[in-house]
Structure formats: C-alpha cells, structure tokens
Design a protein around this ligand. Structure first.
Ligand code: ADP
Ligand code: MG
Length: 203
C-alpha cells in the first residue's frame, strides 16, 4: 500500500467515526453504558494526529502503532479489542498486502486475535458480527469485490439488531439490548465502507 493511500484511509475513517460520535454514543446508551462514541473518537483522532508518522512506517509497524494508540487512548472493551485487531494484523503481515487474498490472510489473523482476547464469536452482538462476514466476502474474492464488501457490511450490521448481547457492558442489559445495532458493529461497518471508498478512489 502506498504511503499516501494509508494516510487517506486514516483521515477518512477518523472523520467518519468522529462525524458519527453522537450516534455511536446513543447506540451504546441503548445497549451498554454510553461511553463508546467519545472513546472511539478519541482513538481515531489520536491516529489521525500521527497520520504522517504512521504512513511513513512499513505496513507491519504502521498497524502495530495504530493498534497501540487504540489500546492506550480508547479504553472500554473496544480499545483493547480494536487494538488487538490492528496489532495482530501488523504481526501477521510480513509486508503490505498486495491483493485481496493477501489482505484476507492478514485480516483473518487480526480477527482471531479479537476472538481470543474477547472470548467471543459471531452471533453475540459485537464487532465480530460485521468483521467476520466482511472477512468471508474478502476471502471469496472475485468481481465487484468492494461493492460486495460494502453490501456484506450493511447486511451484517442490520443482523445485529435482533441479536442479544452477551459480551461487554451490554451483556448486563439482557433482552433490552435487542432492537438496536451493536455500536462496535456500526463503527466497524462505517470504517470498512470508508476504506472501500478510499480504495475505489471515491474519498
Ligand atoms: P464496554 O462494553 O466495556 O462499555 P465499549 O463501549 O468500549 O465497551 O465497546 C462496546 C463494543 O465493544 C460493543 O459494541 C461490541 O461491539 C464490542 N465488544 C464488547 N465486548 C466484546 C467482546 N468480548 N468481543 C468482541 N467485541 C466486543
Ligand atoms: Mg460501552
């Protein structure tokens, strides 16, 4: 990945998450404790502030650095989880992925790390309910991949509405967590779609 492209991705994702801060907070109020919007915004802005430095690093180190920034600035359950996602991706990548298949391998390693750290899997109303379907579409590869990834992210997010949370603070709400998107899944869908936009030259 080119230096400029990583910087564009960082800035576009940060802006997208920051723009949705209130919505993410409201989702976390409905399903958890309401800290998610401001926490995740702090994390993506810390990454955006360091965008030039990060984009100048080799891909593995850039991912590790972004992951560390999320762990140290976000807090909650999501900071360490998104942090492990990126750090494990950095660890798994010998160099910047050059195609969908290479990216899928690196992304899979990141997701395994989230599952291990959070002791969670799909169906528990978490970020994994968007990340895992997106990985599966990426692994399939084929034509119109970015469009299919966007669609997967949308559909997967929608499915979190009817799920009951059993992980994170949201777990204590029991059935009251049903009927809303999971905030971590929403943030993941927003980020995935923004990355697709940048890769397609739309953003
Ligand atoms: P907390 O639940 O501790 O308040 P945050 O508000 O920081 O955590 O983040 C909430 C989001 O984190 C949830 O919407 C969910 O997507 C994700 N999450 C929480 N626990 C887990 C877990 N064990 N595995 C994967 N994702 C999780
Ligand atoms: Mg919370």
């Amino acid at each position: 990945m080119e230096k400029e492209q990583l910087k564009k991705i960082i800035l576009a994702v940060a802006e997208e998450i920051a723009t949705h801060e209130q919505e993410l907070t409201q989702l976390d109020q409905a399903t958890g404790d309401g800290d998610f919007g401001s926490n995740i915004k702090r994390g993506v802005l810390a990454i955006a502030d360091a965008a030039d430095e990060i984009a100048g690093l080799p891909f593995p180190a850039a991912m590790q650095k972004m992951g560390m920034l999320l762990v140290t600035t976000v807090g909650g359950s999501s900071g360490p989880l998104y942090g492990s996602l990126l750090m494990a991706m950095g660890k798994a990548a010998g160099k910047a992925p050059e195609n969908a298949a290479e990216l899928a391998k690196v992304f899979a390693a990141g997701i395994e790390s989230v599952k291990a750290r959070g002791k969670a899997d799909v169906g528990q109303k978490t970020m994994l309910d968007v990340l895992v379907p997106v990985l599966e579409t990426l692994e399939q590869g084929g034509g119109d991949l970015l469009a299919r990834i966007r669609q997967t992210a949308d559909e997967a997010l929608e499915k979190t509405k009817s799920m009951r949370a059993t992980k994170g603070r949201a777990a204590s709400l029991g059935d009251r967590s049903i009927g809303h998107w999971d905030p971590g899944a929403r943030a993941s869908q927003l980020a995935v779609k923004k990355i697709c936009d940048v890769l397609e030259g739309r953003a």
